[in-house]
Ligand binder design. Structure first.
Ligand SMILES: NC(=O)c1ccc[n+]([C@@H]2O[C@H](COP(=O)([O-])OP(=O)(O)OC[C@H]3O[C@@H](n4cnc5c(N)ncnc54)[C@H](OP(=O)(O)O)[C@@H]3O)[C@@H](O)[C@H]2O)c1
Length: 291
């Protein structure tokens, strides 16, 4: 019998990289999206919408393991507990045996009422073998779809305009997160494990801008700001009232705390490879910043 993995947020920055790595390992992937489209060999597209509970059982039927992208902040959601609780209940009913959860850096230090931590606790208490991934900030936030629209502003104005950029952050590549996820979903030995995933170095936003400039062959600079650019971008993209303020506060608090500069060896321990450097990421993503 084959092994089938449901990949949630399969079109997202991690999910779209988890899928091909699983296919390479001989796994059948059920690729979940609100708008599923025809996919490659080994990939079954499936409609899945967190806002439609009737889509959960069909997506989960016949699935052995799930790559679960935390519902927190996806689609402007700050309270994911009820939907994730229902999903895990349906997953247990469907006979799912393994869950790999994409959470976020530092969630283990938050109280049980924190949305990220409460989802972790739900997964840990689900009765399924579980692995928690806690990545730091993604490198691909600068080059792909992200709620702050960083890539659009780099392309149009040659600027990264954000608060707190003097505080270094150990940005991690979603390719490395996907590699860890694919191994945790298919290999033995990861049940009950928690991995904090970071890049190999902590960078200020001025250093990030230098790497992007070098890769793209054009000048990109960091402009220090208050929370206003985050507010404006989120308001313009239709975020509900209050979400923009919440998100700006969360971003500033986590970045300026200094905690996001921490570096772990968990990517290398699990994959046997050094984590991607920002320079290597930027070289591969350069087209995104070239107008
Ligand atoms: N970005 C970071 O730096 C970072 C760092 C640490 C942790 N995280 C966590 O990673 C998660 C992903 O965040 P991201 O911003 O990077 O997003 P992402 O995974 O790049 O993209 C969002 C994904 O969510 C799916 N989605 C949106 N609304 C949905 C809905 N109603 N039902 C089902 N799927 C839906 C979209 O799929 P379709 O449009 O195809 O349906 C898309 O694939 C978040 O929980 C975040 O807290 C992010």
């Amino acid at each position: 019998m084959g092994f089938t993995v449901l990949v949630t947020a399969a079109t997202g920055k991690t999910g779209r990289r988890v899928t091909p790595q699983l296919v390479k390992r001989g796994v059948t992937v059920r690729a979940a999206s609100r708008n599923p489209t025809a996919a490659n060999t080994g990939v079954e597209p499936v409609r899945f919408d967190w806002l439609d509970g009737t889509s959960y059982p069909a997506a989960l039927a016949g699935v052995d393991a799930v790559y679960l992208v935390s519902r927190f902040l996806v689609d402007f959601v700050t309270d994911p507990v009820e939907q994730v609780g229902t999903f895990l209940h349906d997953a247990a009913d469907a006979g799912v045996r393994r869950i790999v959860l994409l959470s976020a850096f530092g969630a283990e230090h938050a109280g049980a009422d924190n949305p990220l931590r409460s989802v972790e606790l739900l997964v840990e208490g689900s009765g399924m073998a579980s692995t928690i991934l806690r990545p730091g900030t993604f490198m691909q936030n600068f080059s792909e779809n992200h709620m702050f629209d960083l890539v659009g502003k780099i392309r149009e104005r040659g600027e990264i305009t954000l608060p707190g950029g003097r505080h270094p952050v150990s940005y991690v590549s979603t390719h490395d997160i996907a590699s860890v996820a694919a191994l945790a979903l298919t290999e033995d030995g990861h049940a009950g494990k928690e991995y904090t995933l970071t890049g190999p170095a902590a960078l200020t936003l001025a250093e990030v801008a230098e790497h992007i400039s070098a890769a793209a062959g054009r000048q990109v600079r960091y402009v220090e700001s208050g929370p206003e650019p985050i507010h404006e971008t989120l308001h313009a993209s239709g975020a509900p009232a209050g979400f923009a303020e919440f998100m700006a506060h969360l971003y500033i608090e986590s970045t300026t705390s200094g905690a996001m500069a921490a570096i772990t060896d968990h990517v290398a321990t699990v994959t046997g490879r050094h984590p991607t450097t920002f320079a290597a990421f930027a070289a591969g993503a350069a087209d995104a910043w070239r107008g």
